[in-house]
Ligand binder design. Structure first.
Ligand code: DQA
Length: 156
């Protein structure tokens, strides 16, 4: 069966295309999601893309991802990256690998963006490659799933 990956976009990412295009580019969220799905199809992966401006909805989506059959999450927490301990705790609590992604290079921007409270709980972070951050995130999640499967099979 094809592995399934949840792609989760946080606050203000619904405004992509018109939101600070010099930083985030001109692709809309719908265009980004289309490219993510194209990439996933080429890799033989099923993806679902969701966006929410609400911390609680993002928490619910993360908590229910495993029960809905997702094996990993590619997550852009937006500004919640920098201060949401609640989201950090959810990422730490769920058994699925979570890859944190950012369109912009958060380490090259304002001081407050250089710190992610999510990153220590995530499997890893990809930042600064625009749309490619998400595609790399899918590949990173697949790599984690493949090595877990290989380790399980070697242990049998
Ligand atoms: C972002 C970076 C965050 O600092 C910012 O608040 C966002 C987008 C990115 O994808 O570059 O909303 O997560």
């Amino acid at each position: 069966m094809k592995p399934a990956i949840l792609v989760l976009h946080g606050p203000n990412l619904n405004l992509l295309g018109s939101r600070e295009p010099e930083i985030y580019g001109r692709l809309t969220l719908a265009e980004i999601d289309r490219e993510i799905k194209r990439h996933a199809r080429a890799r033989g992966v099923r993806v679902e893309c969701r966006q929410s401006n609400h911390e609680g909805e993002l928490i619910d989506a993360l908590q229910s991802a495993g029960g809905k059959g997702f094996a990993a999450v590619v997550f852009n927490p937006g500004a919640f990256t920098h201060y949401s301990i609640a989201l950090r705790d959810t990422v730490a609590a769920i058994p699925l690998p979570v890859v944190e992604v950012h369109l912009s290079n958060v380490h090259a921007r304002e001081e407050f963006r250089r710190h992610s409270v999510i990153a220590p709980a995530a499997r890893g972070q990809i930042s600064g490659f625009g749309l490619q951050s998400y595609l790399l995130g899918i590949d990173a999640a697949l790599g984690v799933l493949q090595s877990r499967r290989a380790a399980r099979e070697a242990g049998r």
